[in-house]
Design a protein around this ligand. Structure first.
Ligand SMILES: CC(C)(COP(=O)(O)OP(=O)(O)OC[C@H]1O[C@@H](n2cnc3c(N)ncnc32)[C@H](O)[C@@H]1OP(=O)(O)O)[C@@H](O)C(=O)NCCC(=O)NCCS
Length: 146
């Protein structure tokens, strides 16, 4: 853990590091990469990259493209399989929460699949609550109100 550095992505092209990266059944495809590049340009977006000796460890993206006013959305979070369960995702989530608070948001949301237990556990450990999202029923929406 000592050698892992979390940095803020400064340029949309850095998102290319995700191309063909996968973890469990999750893989970054062209559509996702294009959307991430588009949302990178939105006001107040925060993209975080974790590396160890310049090698990819984890990625997380937060943006304001959510249909409720003044909420941030954790759109992506992925930790490379060799680095899971050592608290990296928790650190990334904490930075997202702090960023959203600093920007005066009312809260932060994220969505995950019904069978994505690691992500559900991660949300619950960080005080997100299951939320009955009228716009999306294909998985679980988690919300943290500030
Ligand atoms: C979800 C994910 C980001 C968690 O990353 P992580 O760095 O391993 O998470 P943390 O180490 O901060 O773990 C926090 C908690 O999540 C839970 N968790 C993490 N991995 C888990 C697993 N494989 N099984 C069950 N719970 C798990 C645990 O409760 C863990 O705390 P603990 O180890 O003290 O019990 C990671 O599993 C991942 O990249 N998954 C694939 C991509 C993905 O599904 N992203 C979410 C899309 S919505």
């Amino acid at each position: 853990m000592q050698n892992i550095i979390i940095s803020v992505i400064k340029n949309e092209d850095e998102v290319e590091i995700l191309r063909d990266k996968s973890s469990f059944n999750y893989k970054y495809n062209q559509t996702t990469i294009d959307l991430l590049k588009k949302n990178f340009k939105l006001k107040d977006s925060l993209y975080l990259l974790a590396t160890e000796n310049n090698d990819f460890v984890a990625f997380c993206s937060l943006d304001r493209e959510w249909w409720e006013d003044n909420y941030f959305f954790i759109r992506e979070i992925m930790v490379s399989e060799n680095f899971q369960r050592i608290g990296i995702a928790k650190q990334l989530i904490e930075k997202c929460i702090q960023h959203a608070k600093d920007k005066g948001a009312d809260g932060i949301v994220t969505e995950t699949a019904f069978d994505n237990y690691p992500m559900q556990q991660l949300c619950e450990n960080n005080n997100f609550k299951k939320w009955d999202n009228p716009e999306w029923k294909d998985g679980i929406t988690y919300k943290l109100e500030f």
